[in-house]
Design a protein around this ligand. Structure first.
Ligand SMILES: Nc1ncnc2c1ncn2[C@@H]1O[C@H](COP(=O)(O)OP(=O)(O)O)[C@@H](O)[C@H]1O
Ligand SMILES: CC(C)(COP(=O)(O)O)[C@@H](O)C(=O)NCCC(=O)O
Ligand SMILES: [K+]
Length: 257
């Protein structure tokens, strides 16, 4: 049994697998807000199977990671392993100036995306990997598996909170996305949504120009479903991208499920 964990800046997501192959469904899964991490052993994990292996990625603080390890240690005798981005792993080459400084969630999601691409057997193609979580990341991978670089921008919630905090007149309810917003709520909601989809479409253009081929665009993250409807390029929503990447890393490292 493999326990896979993805700790973002808002929520910890976890899943348990008995097989590492792509498409194998988790036997159990869940998510908690970071404030609730200390309840995992007594609540969500109380009835879970004993994991033989644990592999995760964490972009939250060291304190959050330690508290997670404490919860694991309360229940199981398993060594916590966290993916640290390296120069190359599972067929991907890290083009970041300082490879270690790339967010491990971005690295793992790109590995998961590459795995999806290769599983389709449709030949080489660049990849655009979009993660809409607390922040939004838009990452480019070329047809050979080189991570070329990517964008980081605030997530929708963070944009709205920044606007609310920095102005007197922008404290309004959530609105609708529209092309020509005629009220403050719609103007804010549409502004945030199009800031995100505009950045994605821009990176799509950069990558298509760089590689001479349209990339396969994969969207993931807790807010992916909100971004997708306004995205004007062809794309697919794959909620499990980080877990697919963790399974691929586990498999390429010869870890047991
Ligand atoms: N039920 C939900 N609970 C929490 N966040 C949600 C939910 N539905 C959508 N979201 C959106 O997803 C974002 C968090 O996504 P997530 O992938 O968990 O982020 P992170 O990986 O940064 O922790 C929130 O900022 C919010 O916009
Ligand atoms: C960009 C991020 C904050 C995204 O975090 P998330 O929205 O998934 O919580 C995270 O990947 C991170 O801290 N990255 C390190 C810096 C970098 O990737 O350049
Ligand atoms: K994340």
């Amino acid at each position: 049994m493999l326990l896979a964990i993805d700790i973002g800046n808002t929520r910890l997501k976890w899943a348990q697998y008995t097989h590492l192959s792509l498409g194998s469904a988790p036997v159990a899964q869940g998510a908690v807000f970071l404030e609730q991490i200390d309840t995992l052993a007594d609540a969500e994990w109380a009835g879970a199977s004993v994991p033989q292996t644990m592999l995760g990625c964490c972009v939250a603080s060291d304190a959050v990671r330690r508290r997670t390890e404490e919860q694991i240690g309360q229940l199981w005798d398993v060594e916590p392993r966290w993916v640290v981005p390296s120069l190359r792993e599972a067929g991907l080459v890290n083009g970041y100036d300082h490879p270690l400084r790339l967010g491990s969630d971005r690295w793992v999601a790109a590995i998961g995306a590459r795995r999806h691409l290769l599983a389709r057997n449709q030949g080489p193609r660049p990849l655009l990997v979009v993660m809409a979580g607390t922040a939004v990341t838009v990452d480019a991978v070329d047809s050979e598996g080189n991570f070329l670089g990517g964008l980081i921008l605030p997530g929708h919630g963070m944009m709205l909170r920044a606007l609310e905090a920095g102005t007197a007149g922008l404290r309004v309810p959530t609105g609708e996305v529209s092309e020509f917003p005629t009220n403050t709520s719609d103007a804010l909601t549409s502004g945030g949504t199009y800031a995100i989809t505009g950045a994605i479409e821009r990176m799509h253009r950069h990558l298509a120009q760089r590689c001479g081929m349209e990339p396969l665009t994969l969207v993931t993250g807790g807010a992916g479903w909100k971004v997708a409807p306004a995205l004007a390029i062809e794309h697919e929503l794959i909620d499990s991208l980080i877990f697919d990447g963790l399974l691929e890393v586990a498999s390429s490292r010869g870890l047991a499920a």
